[in-house]
Design a protein around this ligand. Sequence first.
Ligand SMILES: [Zn+2]
Ligand SMILES: [Zn+2]
Length: 121
Amino acid sequence: MRFTDWPGTGTARCGDTTLLGWPCLNYELIGIGYCLHHCPDELLAEAEALCGYKRCRKCRQFAVKGSDPPRCKRHGCNRGSMQRRNADMRATAIEIAEQALGLRKRVKKRGIPVERLRRAG
Ligand SMILES: [Zn+2]
Ligand SMILES: [Zn+2]
């Protein structure tokens, strides 16, 4: 996944270096100064809110969507694990909620009263 596709990123590069000592090529999150991987812990909640993704609390990798507390595949959210199953269930619930929200927005745009939609569905 390219970081540039994420919401909340600016045009400047992240100010940190990778494990090998190379400059990090990800774009910084606006107001954070770092990408999600290199964001300091005290700014992590803000960074996650900006881009909509979570970071594993044990390392700097992406957390599995829906995991709580956020965990990557190597830190408890591997396929088949209990944590992963819970995370998948939560992620599905979030997706359904987002779809419902999107539907309401579209309906509003077209000017169809929500009441009528409710009766029909
Ligand atoms: Zn970075
Ligand atoms: Zn991890």
